[in-house]
Design a binder for this molecule. Structure first.
Ligand code: FDA
Length: 310
């Protein structure tokens, strides 16, 4: 219950402009800006540098140029252009070619056809890339899966989707995506969903996560088990071992700056571990979701501001 109060509170704060202004002022200032623990920086050069460090540590990565919920076509076009620029920079830098993006960043709230067109422009540019469509709140689940399926059937098969274990519908969605042979990233779900459509108790979300993990390990195409939850990671490892599922047939994923110790130890144990690297000027909403997941992070943010100004 407390989890939901925290999520709701931080989602509410994320929409307050005064709060945004304070965050923008201090969050990314200098190397000690409080948001830097979770966000690689504001430029693609920052992201490439973070990706290089992650590669040097033997881990994989996916780059997310932050942005979501744009409300005009001009913003959607600008985000698309930026993404194409990011693609070019990734190619130029020689780092692994892997991207994550959100459809509302490409204009889904404004015009569906335009968002699809923008996505195609990015996919066409992204030769040799794997592109993951992040999943946003439940309002977008159907449309995201529909767009994904349509593009998949048109031959865009270098992309994957995300499914959220907290939604009751996800077992069916997982079967649908597995039938395509497409890759799933499984997450718990970052949005504050109502009890009519989603599990609200951690124990229920975790139980659903475990069921889905097993289904994906059994029949999925290289699933990504994206969680920092040590118990769920241990269960996935154990299940894969019992079933003789090789370590190369799936990967673990975690967010930049979270449980770096676990990222390293899994990698040292021979598992593929991918770090999700968010960057860009539009980091506020992403950052607030991370605070909402773990209110203890607030103490760390406040300490950062006090230290900087003390
Ligand atoms: P849980 O929240 O139960 O946390 C387990 C443990 O992890 C905690 O006890 C703590 O130790 C650590 N931890 C978790 N969050 C932390 C934080 N913010 N700060 C510090 N420690 C933390 N969601 C979504 O709806 N759509 C999406 O597309 C994605 N994409 C995505 C990609 C990747 C690579 C990851 C890892 C996650 C996502 N998510 C997501 C977010 C996901 O839905 C979920 O909100 C977070 O991963 C937190 O849930 P955990 O599974 O880590 O478990």
């Amino acid at each position: 219950m407390l989890d939901h109060a925290a999520k709701a509170f931080f989602h509410f704060l994320a929409r307050r402009t005064t709060f945004q202004k304070i965050a923008a002022r201090y969050g990314m200032r200098g190397p000690t800006g409080f948001a830097r623990r979770f966000i690689a920086g504001e430029t693609v050069a920052d992201a490439v540098a973070a990706a290089r460090a992650i590669e040097a540590a033997g881990l994989l990565h996916t780059l997310d140029y932050l942005g979501e919920s744009v409300s005009t076509l001009a913003e959607a076009d600008a985000a698309t252009l930026e993404y194409r620029h990011v693609v070019d920079e990734i190619i130029r830098s020689g780092i692994e070619r892997n991207l994550s993006l959100k459809l509302t960043q490409l204009g889904l709230d404004v015009d569906r056809a335009c968002a699809v067109d923008n996505l195609r422009k990015i996919l066409d540019r992204a030769e040799g890339f794997f592109v993951r469509i992040d999943m946003e709140s439940s309002h977008y689940t159907d449309v995201t899966l529909d767009i994904f399926e349509t593009l998949w059937s048109h031959g865009y098969q270098h992309m994957g989707v995300v499914l959220q274990a907290d939604l009751y519908r996800t077992e069916k969605d997982a079967a649908r995506v597995m039938a395509l042979g497409a890759r799933v990233r499984l997450v718990k779900g970052a949005y504050n969903e109502p009890a009519s459509i989603a599990y609200r108790k951690k124990a229920d979300v975790d139980a659903a996560y475990l069921r889905l993990t097993r289904a994906l390990l059994d029949a999925g195409n290289y699933p990504a088990i994206a969680t920092h939850d040590p118990a769920l990671i241990q269960s996935a490892r154990q299940y894969a071992e019992e079933r003789g599922i090789a370590k190369e047939r799936f990967e673990f994923q975690m967010l930049y700056g979270i449980r770096r110790d676990l990222q390293r130890s899994l990698s040292e144990a021979g598992y593929h571990v991918r770090v999700y690297i968010p960057f860009g000027r539009q980091w506020f909403a992403y950052f607030m979701r991370r605070l909402g997941e773990r209110p203890a992070n607030v103490g760390f943010v406040i300490r950062g501001i006090v230290l900087e100004n003390g």
